[in-house]
Write a protein that binds this ligand. Structure first.
Ligand code: AFP
Length: 330
């Protein structure tokens, strides 16, 4: 089985980017070790703090964030990093070619139940302005040069794209190396499985409720077939399932917080996952536009997400079309 670096060279990836991805895989191994040690590493449980998003921080969130920052900022090709856990950006080498945005431990509420978590990352080119400020990161997802995630599950997997399809590597614990286990992930166009937090049903816009209600009607409804539901409560794991066997994943507009109606973050979750899904033949949409075309205005901005099997995402968008003006009438 092929190792990471030779695969990147075969894909003719730029040497500086290879170095960035190599640094990311070093971080992944460090975090994987601690996640798998669990209680034995003494890092489970919550801190007394909240992160910049107002969410309770877990000890492992803090540790993963620190590891990523410390290791990535040693790489001379990295100009700066932005993390879900940090208010501002952290600068690296002034002439670094790349920026890295990451969610250090997505799904961290799963840590204490020994369930799936992961690290999501997005690599962007340093813009000409090289301002050293957060605005360097405000580039649409179409500008990403690499994006992916590490899933810390029964096995640790590194899944990423550099724009030449989606590659999957599995960490061989015996030799401590990521080995290529899938060269070209493809999401089936059709699916009978969806993932959404159903407890938010009453807060969605009416068109989203109609779409999900029709899925639930199964053979007795307009879709004429039964749909299965899965929810791991970690985007990284739910999207991994979609990449493995298809499905629709959605975290849509929610009426509870009128000025912050979305939960997921564009730079650390929406963009990298959208690019992976598109590279695997799927679709990724905010409910209003293609996620990768969104011009970000803030490194921590949130976004609606509907992604997965192309035909199913199109069907869902068909329900939402023309309903934008009714959003506030839920
Ligand atoms: P945490 O990292 O704080 O656990 O949040 C993960 C997440 O943002 C995303 O990965 C999930 O899709 C979503 O939350 C699940 O949240 P709910 O189950 O509360 O809807």
């Amino acid at each position: 089985m092929q190792r990471l670096i030779p695969t990147l060279r075969r894909d003719q990836v730029d040497e500086a980017l290879i170095s960035v991805i190599n640094t990311l895989q070093i971080c992944a191994k460090e975090i994987s070790f601690r996640v798998h040690q669990g209680e034995l590493a003494g890092v489970l449980g919550s801190t007394l703090d909240e992160n910049i998003q107002g969410e309770t921080q877990k000890h492992l969130d803090v540790l993963a964030n620190q590891l990523l920052k410390d290791i990535l900022l040693e790489c001379k090709h990295i100009r700066a990093v932005a993390s879900e856990e940090e208010e501002g950006i952290v600068s690296g080498f002034e002439d670094g070619k790349y920026l890295v945005a990451f969610d250090p431990l997505d799904g961290s509420s799963n840590i204490d139940i020994n369930s799936l978590v992961g690290t999501i990352f997005s690599v962007l080119p340093t813009p000409e302005s090289n301002s050293g400020k957060p605005d360097m990161f405000l580039q649409p997802g179409t500008q990403q040069t690499a994006a992916g995630y590490v899933l810390y599950g029964p096995s640790t997997m590194l899944v990423f794209t550099t724009g030449r399809g989606v590659r999957v590597f599995t960490l061989d614990q015996k030799v401590g190396e990521f080995l290529l286990t899938d060269t070209d992930v493809q999401i089936p166009r059709q699916t009978s499985e969806f993932a959404i937090n159903m407890s938010n049903h009453r807060h969605w816009q009416p068109a989203m409720r109609d779409y999900i209600d029709d899925l639930l009607l199964g053979t007795e409804g307009p879709r004429g077939r039964n749909f299965n539901m899965r929810w791991i409560a970690a985007m990284v794991a739910d999207v991994h399932r979609v990449l493995c066997r298809g499905g629709l994943f959605a975290y849509p507009w929610d009426a509870r917080k009128p000025n912050k109606p979305y939960k997921l973050r564009l730079m650390y979750e929406g963009n990298p996952m959208a690019w992976l899904v598109e590279q695997a033949g799927g679709m990724a949409h905010s409910g209003e536009q293609r996620i990768l075309d969104i011009e970000p205005t803030d490194i921590h901005q949130r976004v609606g997400v509907i992604l997965g099997s192309a035909d199913e995402v199109s069907t869902c968008l068909g329900y939402l079309e023309g309903s934008q003006s009714t959003k506030r009438n839920v």
